[in-house]
Every structure is written in structure tokens, then in C-alpha cells.
Ligand binder design. Sequence first.
Ligand code: PMP
Length: 283
Amino acid sequence: RTVYVNGDYVPEAEAKVSVFDRGFLFADGVYEVTSVLDGKLIDFDGHAKRLERSLGELEIGVPLSREDLLEVHRQLIARNELTDGLIYLQITRGAADRDFIYPAADTPQTVVLFTQAKPGLADSPVARTGLKVISIDDIRWGRRDIKTVQLLYPSMGKMMAKAAGADDAWMVEDGVVTEGTSNNAYIVKNGKIITRHLGTEILHGITRAAVLRFAREAQMEVEERAFSIEEAQDADEAFITSASSFVTPVVEIDGATVGTGKPGFVATRLREIYLDESRKKSV
Ligand code: PMP
């Protein structure tokens, strides 16, 4: 693979960042994952906007304009002949001698982007069978709206799910679901789509925003509020959204079958609409 590091396109074996990088030492950095279908970016603008917001919340400078960022994404797609897959982007506060105090504001940020090829990304078999999730306590920090690279707990959550024979975990705080380890969580009851309201407790998913917009345009009813695991187990359908999974049905929660145990009508329809509409607007 050809990867991008601080202005250069280099073979991955030659790509280097400092051992003093604050991303490495303090998880002092943010990231984005944008999907690529047919060689084009899905909702690039949404990801670029959220990136700028994450950087702003952490007072990390913005090292590239939106136009330059788009150009880097396009170069990586071209140089790696990427058809279907993901582009991972990470920006950290840069390298400086280890100190809790931030380094001087003129310290150059570290910018890394690489591609991950995922042939058939849009027709993954799990979209037809549905996912099994378990619930775990949400013990992450309180600013989950900032997309930081502190992903140890979500990673542990996926391992807990795997050990339990499930695919993923939904995190629970104060008796209600916040979100999945790397996705937003939804249920459907009597035709109504229910998903947690925005706040600092969850990541403001770019896919979430698009899916809710498409749902409303299609006259589907949407309610943004928290729900419990019990309510989810009793729902007609459940599903998740993320840039890499689009809309994917959930058919089992903590061993209890959701609805018929098969992907539901609403989740299936929303997946089709999301893929169709996002492809039309892809860049
Ligand atoms: N919540 C969390 C915790 C995530 O890590 C992600 C994916 N990065 C999402 C939600 C979904 O966000 P998006 O739709 O922007 O991929």
C-alpha cells in the first residue's frame, strides 16, 4: 500500500512517525473513517466537518484545508486502485518531549492516512443475517462526541462480544444504551425508529445523520431518545449504523431474539435507501 504521512506518499514499509508522537504517548489525536464505494467517497463533507470539530474541541490546529484533504483521499484511492474499502485518517497533536502540558501551538501536527481494501463492502453477508450483540457497561470518558483515538475500551468490548459468541457490544450507562463499540444503535417499534439523542455521551455519527434524514424524507417516524436493553429486546427490529457497516440489522441482544430473528423491513429498507442515496452523492 501507498500511505500518506505528513505531506508525502510513501510505501507503507517506509512510513514513519516519532516515538514521541502524542498520539502514541497520550492518545492525543483524532481520527475519521470514510468509506469508498466504486472508487468514490461516501459523505466526505460530513467526515471533514466532524474532523474539524474534533480538532477544535481539543485545540489541535487544522493542518490541511478541506480541499487538500479531499485531494489526499483521492490520491490514495488512485495510487492504491481502491474500488471498495475504507480510508482511515488520523491527526495528532504532533511529537514533543513527553509532558502532560501541550507543546507549543506551532508544533506540527502528525497527519497519517491509509486505505483498507474491502471488496464487496456494500454487500456483506451479515447484512442479510443480522448481528448478535451483548450489553456491557459504558465506562468510557465523558466526551464521546470527540472522535479521539482512545479506542481501548471499545476494543475490549469487541473482545468481550467475541468471547460470548456475539458480533458486537452495545454499551449501557444509567440503565440506557449509549451506542455500539463503533456504531450508533437503533430500535424500531410499531414502525417508529428510535435512537439516542445527541449529546456528549455518544459520537455524532455521520451515517446516523444521513440515515435519519433519509428516514424522515421517506415519511418514517423518528424519535431521538435513549432506550434500555429490555426495551430493545422487546422491539420489532434493531440495527446499527456506521461509515463501514452502513445500516446493519441486529437480530439478537444478550441472547434474546429481536422481532422475528431475521433482519427487519425498516432496517433493510433504510440500508437500501442509504446506499442508493449516498452513492448518488459520492465524490
Ligand atoms: N459511535 C462510535 C463510538 C463510533 O466509533 C462510530 C464509528 N466511528 C460511530 C458511532 C458511527 O459513526 P459514523 O457513522 O460517522 O461512522
